[in-house]
Design a protein around this ligand. Structure first.
Ligand code: SF4
Length: 290
């Protein structure tokens, strides 16, 4: 997840109260009876219900045109620079009916058509809820809407072939090209991301690689080169651009509010010159860089 959420709308603002399940909210699962709990989990497993953090309408980020970006709750990574730590736990999301979300998407169909935009499923990590995401993607494609996934790829194995058939674009976060650095940044292994990219490439699905430039953490020349070599695995017809996203401190207050230990408090955002130099280094590999 990389989009800003300054203007994001809470789930409660876009769904009619009747569409939300009783006991919705952070404490919802804990307050349910065992039977209700089991029923809700079963519905999440089969995808008619999802846990959603928020949504926003954006232009020129998260894919082409004007997009409705939906932030799903839950993520298996723990990126040191995560600027939406409030999306990391699935229980912090609101239960949302897939049909209700699709009805909302339908309302924006004309805007998507006019701007050549669409929907982007983000998070958190969208592939934590593959069945729900699959339903939303299928429903959007039935409406003729462009679809994108914004993912680290760590759970790429959870994406079914049908999901991928319903996905036009994947914004694939390659947070480091060196396994040790990747683990330091995210707490997880790099290889699943590469495997997922390989699978997208084989299927000819468009990929935009995203890389967050963090001084002192991901900016080593050998790391830039390693990310570039990963991006070069995928054909130019599939991997059409690489985006360098400068680290910023805008999520810092959320870490404090959640009483989470934020280790990058003293890390400065990269200068324009540093960002420019890194983009040039990527271009040296023949990549289309933004
Ligand atoms: S992948 Fe990293 S940045 Fe994105 S939500 Fe998860 S922890 Fe945060």
């Amino acid at each position: 997840m990389t989009a800003e959420q300054a203007g994001a709308v809470g789930v409660q603002d876009f769904l009619a109260p009747a569409a939300r399940l009783r006991g919705a909210g952070t404490a919802g699962l804990a307050e349910l009876s065992d039977l209700e709990h089991a029923d809700r989990l079963a519905r999440m497993r089969e995808g008619s219900l999802g846990s959603v953090h928020s949504w926003e309408l954006v232009t020129a980020v998260d894919g082409p045109g004007t997009r409705m970006t939906v932030f799903l709750a839950g993520c298996p990574l723990r990126c040191l620079y995560c600027h939406n730590p409030d999306t990391l736990e699935m229980r912090r999301g609101e239960p949302v009916e897939a049909d209700e979300l699709l009805a909302r998407i339908r309302r924006y169909r004309r805007i998507f058509q006019t701007t050549k935009g669409g929907i982007t499923l983000s998070g958190g990590e969208v592939l934590m809820q593959p069945a729900f995401a699959g339903r939303i993607l299928r429903g959007a494609k039935e409406m003729g809407i462009h679809t994108a996934l914004d993912t680290s790829g760590f759970l790429g194995a959870a994406a079914t072939d049908q999901m991928l058939a319903d996905t036009d674009l994947v914004l694939l976060d390659v947070k480091s090209g060196i396994p040790e650095t990747y683990r330091k940044v995210t707490g997880r292994a790099l290889q699943p991301t590469i495997d997922f990219g390989d699978r997208l490439n084989e299927r000819g699905i468009e990929i935009w690689v995203r890389f967050v430039l963090v001084p002192g953490l991901t900016d080593a020349p050998e790391n830039i080169d390693a990310v570039a070599r990963i991006a070069r695995r995928w054909s130019p017809g599939s991997m059409t651009r690489l985006e360098v996203l400068p680290f910023h401190q805008m999520g810092r207050d959320k870490w404090a509010a959640l009483h989470m230990d934020y280790t990058l408090a003293d890390t400065r955002p990269p200068t324009n010159e540093q960002v420019r130099a890194v983009r040039e280094r990527f271009r040296g590999f023949g990549l289309e860089v933004r």
